[in-house]
Design a protein around this ligand. Structure first.
Ligand code: PMP
Length: 398
């Protein structure tokens, strides 16, 4: 089949898959959960790589950017700008004590780089504990702590990252007790590696052990954070929390490292340890402020959770036991549907595209399809998307 031929090689490049299948049409305009293509057809977008929790072009985020750009866009870097300072204060308030500094970046990967550097400087150690199926980005440092099914991760590790299984308590305990580790980095729910939730008690164990051995704990909440997985932040404490994706409101690239500077001393306040020409601009600040207005509004999280439950219940009851499906898992609006083969998942993306539903693979687990509807979607549109999804699964050649 098409997916047998292309699934494993090009599975992650689904734009190419759709093109080969004759289904490609370029994006033209987008609003909320809908994308209109260059032929005027309307697609439901449940396939974003986690950036569109607020849908496309959320009016409050668009307004914030338009207003800000009339005054200052990219900042001078010499004077501080009010929007980014306010954004930092609000992020710290959301994270609560002991976080007391924010370092902004242009992408999640860069925020990961920042965390790894700070941990190494603060501890004088090199090694990083990471987890099988982890994904932290594709810049060199972030890649070195990402477990890839391609060879890139091994190429970049240079012996400095150690991968263990989530839940393997003895391996974690032994590694952290070795005195060699600067940091442990973990996603509360592994995203690109296949939507794999991590047990809260394991995260707490990791927190206790890292503290015990002077290892810094980095929670990579770039994909799960700000409501995607049903809460704004993971309830387990950390030395650094990383945010990205939703932080940019689906419009502007911005990420952030929230830091407990007591754990990093001078390094966390040194303006040149992690810096970038574009980061921490006034536009980034105004976007973050608009995003925080939306996600901290009283009804946002309950609505996201309600829609997530509805999605899960519908898919579970209509597709549970389907011969092509191995497992349905996740939390909030971060659902993964694991197919028994990559070929089924590849065929599904094409079937869904025929029904104008955009779905995406997990980047390093191409047999897992993510269902990422925006939290701002109407119930009618959500049910329409679920119908398209179920019809697509039922059309798979079994
Ligand atoms: N960490 C996690 C958990 C991610 O899901 C991603 C992106 N998929 C990244 C880091 C990297 O973020 P970016 O693509 O913005 O560099």
């Amino acid at each position: 089949s098409f997916a047998d031929r292309y699934g494993s090689v090009f599975g992650r490049q689904q734009g190419l898959m759709l093109k080969v299948a004759g289904l490609a049409s370029s994006e033209c305009s987008a609003s909320g959960a809908w994308v209109e293509d260059s032929r005027g057809a309307r697609w439901l977008d449940f396939g974003s790589f986690g950036v569109h929790l607020l849908g496309h072009r959320h009016p409050q985020v668009v307004a914030a950017v338009c207003e800000q750009i009339q005054q200052v866009g990219l900042s001078t870097k010499i004077l501080s700008n009010e929007p980014i300072v306010r954004a930092a204060e609000r992020l710290l308030k959301m994270a609560g004590s002991p976080m007391d500094n924010v370092i902004f970046a242009n992408s999640g990967s860069e925020a990961v780089e920042c965390a790894l550097k700070l941990a190494r400087i603060a501890t004088g150690r090199r090694r990083i504990l990471a987890f099988r199926h982890a994904y932290h980005g594709r810049t060199a440092g972030a890649l070195s702590v990402s477990h890839g099914y391609v060879h890139h991760a091994e190429l970049m590790t240079d012996g400095q990252a150690t991968f263990v299984d989530v839940g393997d308590l003895p391996a974690v305990r032994d590694a952290l007790a070795s005195g060699q580790f600067a940091a442990a980095i973990i996603e509360p729910i592994q995203g690109e590696g296949g939507i794999r939730p991590v047990n809260l008690s394991f995260l707490e164990f990791l927190r206790t052990q890292t503290r015990l051995h002077g290892v810094r704990l980095v929670l990579d909440e770039i994909q799960t954070g700000l409501g995607r997985a049903g809460c704004l932040l993971c309830p387990v404490s950390a030395d650094i929390r990383l945010l990205g994706k939703v932080l940019g409101g689906g419009i502007f690239p911005v990420a952030a490292a929230l830091v407990d500077t007591r754990q990093f001393a001078a390094a966390a306040r040194d303006p040149v340890v992690h810096a970038s020409s574009f980061a921490a601009s006034a536009i980034a600040g105004s976007v973050v402020n608009a995003v925080l207005d939306i996600v901290t509004a009283e009804d946002f999280l309950p609505q996201a959770c309600r829609l997530g439950r509805l999605c899960r219940e519908q898919i579970g009851s209509r597709l549970g036991g389907h011969p092509a499906i191995a497992e349905i898992r996740g939390d909030g609006l971060m659902l993964g549907i694991e197919f028994k083969t990559t070929s089924h998942a590849g065929d599904l993306v094409i079937e869904a595209a025929k029904r104008r539903l955009l779905l995406a693979f997990c980047l390093t687990a191409p047999s897992v399809i993510r269902m990422y509807p925006p939290a701002t979607i109407s119930e009618v549109d959500l049910l329409e998307g679920i119908n398209r999804f179920c019809d697509s699964v039922n059309a798979l050649p079994i």
